[in-house]
Design a protein around this ligand. Structure first.
Ligand SMILES: Nc1ncnc2c1ncn2[C@@H]1O[C@H](COP(=O)(O)OP(=O)(O)O)[C@@H](O)[C@H]1O
Ligand SMILES: [Mg+2]
Length: 370
């Protein structure tokens, strides 16, 4: 597809999510590391309101809080398949303005990006894209659905209670009784669809539980309350591939506070990442195998970071969650784990783009007649 010209990679960042800033940081790293000899980067910024910016410097525009529409639009190609960039003033009739985007790299964390929404748009437009498809993305985003599927696949997860806003308001006392009986305190209260620890509280009694649910409901109509992993270590594994996914070495996160909250992740904290994690070979292999099983269970593709809780004696390993578009700065865990496994950042990006094209080609071969 790239004979004589570079692959045009649309890198999409920003978006209507609480993780907007995190996405900008990830995308800056990705764009800087894409090999300029092989790729032409097309930066595509999504504003917090859902506007698309694709001319000039969308990264700078987003950082400056831009909302305005610009001179170039990304549209589905009216002459058949694909996405094209087109100059708004020259219009679709200016054929020379129709430049196809060969592959899209959505570097979007959280809702409206990591959850299957942009993946659906790209499927409709028939454009290859990096990472999980619609189903895998949606399952990876919704913590309650993810856990339901992981448990059905026989994977060990912490017990939980999930509800939507009207169920909570319709039966507050009953739900609290159920949470106390099934999960106890402390428990973790989370918006079902978010990430970066935004909106999460560690509840220690009935009053903090009520406040925590109130807070989580400001981010999502659906909330999940989870039994706490007590005195557990947090370890993570990067998975890469489509039908034959492989697992990286294991890394460990040691937050500089009680749990791995937003500040511990992104503010200037002294949270440590240990790569590789100091684990026995046996526990490490067991965790890597679980990571691949979890990746397959939710039908991931391309990449995912699978996060675990592991007991100090290494006897219990529980899947916490999958991130289908993990943090992607050059110091983020996902690329760091690959680097430690022998795949440096730039080559990881090459591989993800190859996997995107492979997956698209495989689906394009399917029959559409009857
Ligand atoms: N059930 C739990 N027991 C102990 N710690 C938890 C639990 N759930 C979440 N945490 C802490 O909160 C952090 C963020 O929770 P997580 O479910 O991974 O949400 P996010 O998608 O925002 O990363 C975890 O990394 C961990 O430190
Ligand atoms: Mg997490």
């Amino acid at each position: 597809m790239n004979e004589g010209r570079r692959i045009r990679v649309g890198v999409v960042f920003g978006g209507r999510s609480g993780e907007h800033e995190v996405s900008l940081r990830s995308a800056e790293s990705v764009m800087a590391a894409l090999d300029a000899e092989k790729y032409e980067v097309v930066p595509i910024g999504l504003t917090r309101q859902g506007g698309w910016l694709s001319s000039g410097d969308p990264m700078r525009a987003l950082k400056a809080g831009a909302e305005a529409l610009d001179e170039t639009a990304i549209v589905t190609n009216p002459r058949g398949g694909g996405l094209v960039t087109v100059s708004v003033s020259r219009g679709l009739e200016a054929r020379t303005a129709l430049e196809p985007i060969d592959v899209v790299f959505p570097v979007l964390h959280g809702p409206y990006g990591e959850d299957g929404t942009i993946q659906g748009l790209l499927e409709m437009a028939n454009v290859p894209y990096v990472g999980a498809g619609v189903l895998g993305s949606a399952l990876g985003m919704d913590k309650a659905m993810m856990k339901t599927v992981l448990r059905a696949a026989g994977l060990p997860v912490l017990d939980w209670v999930a509800f939507i806003e009207p169920q909570w308001h319709g039966a507050v006392e009953q739900t609290i009784v159920e949470i106390e009986a099934r999960l106890g305190y402390p428990c973790f209260v989370k918006p079902a669809n978010l990430g970066s620890s935004v909106g999460i509280t560690r509840a220690t009694d009935e009053s903090t539980l009520r406040q925590a649910v109130g807070l989580a409901l400001t981010y999502d109509r659906k909330v999940i309350v989870e039994r706490a992993a007590i005195d557990a270590r947090e370890v993570e594994c990067s998975v890469l591939g489509n039908d034959a996914p492989i697992a990286s070495v294991i890394g460990e996160v040691i937050p500089d506070r009680e749990w791995y909250d937003y500040e511990a992740k992104y503010a200037n904290s002294s949270t440590q990442l240990l790569i590789p994690a100091p684990l026995s070979a046996e526990a490490s292999d067991r965790t890597r195998a679980l990571a691949v099983t979890a990746f397959r269970a939710i039908e991931c593709a391309g990449m995912a970071r699978v996060d675990f809780f592991i007991s100090r004696d290494e006897s219990i390993v529980l899947v916490n969650e999958l991130n289908t578009i993990p943090g992607f700065t050059s110091i983020s865990m996902y690329p760091k784990l690959w680097e430690a496994s022998g795949l440096p950042y730039g080559r990881l990006l090459d591989r993800l783009i190859e996997l995107a094209i492979e997956r698209h080609d495989g689906r394009s071969r399917l029959r559409t007649d009857r």
